[in-house]
Design a protein around this ligand. Sequence first.
Ligand code: 13P
Length: 252
Amino acid sequence: MSRTPVIAGNWKMNLTSESSVALAQGVANYQGQPTSRKCCVFPALVHLSAVAEAVAGSAVSLGAQDCHEADGGAFTGEISAAMLKDVGVEVVLSGHSERRHIFCEDDSRVAAKSAAILEAGLDLMLCVGETLGEREAGNTFQVLDRQLGVLSDFGAFVERISVAYEPVWAIGTGQSATPEIAQNAHAHCRAVVEGILGGEAAASMPLLYGGSVNSSNAEELLAQEDVDGALVGGASLDIENFGPILDAVPNV
Ligand code: 13P
């Protein structure tokens, strides 16, 4: 089964309103109107509305980096999935390593947020990945099995789910996983998805790689059989770097 490649830019806590809009317009122009690759950007929450306007009518989807799991209520400073949908968001990250490690979000929190995202009618990009210590201890697959376990409740939503494998040791370090390490982890993730949601879901679910993707390594990473896209941090912050990463997927 063929999977449409996805190239995504996670802008994290960077850029201004003005530079976010300019970058979004640059990405939209670069992306054009392809049928063979998807592109999405994840600006800071406060810039979502401005970026929504900038990508309106383009082939770039709008993503959000986080949301709260409740529908609404007394949660000062938080944003619900319905609020994100209301401003034009189509896809939301859950389980990003920075949320897990800096903000102490455990698997049950990730599961609750993921459920809220899907129940609001939004797409879910579930992020998973092991720390260096977990890899060195030989526990990579065990960690991935546990983190992917949240998918067991989402059988009704498989068409709206993608997974981003982002080894924590590769994020922001300039030390990307080798294509072999990425392929190995992705093949394992696909087997786990098959075990949880069945063969059809596993064959159709996009599995993105994230962690120090740049214009030099994107092509080789994306050439791996089970690597269906890239979730890019630092190199997504300007079109000079992000454009060539988009080009790593043929636009036909
Ligand atoms: P870098 O590409 O900066 O390593 O970040 C990856 C990431 O965390 C994307 O979500």
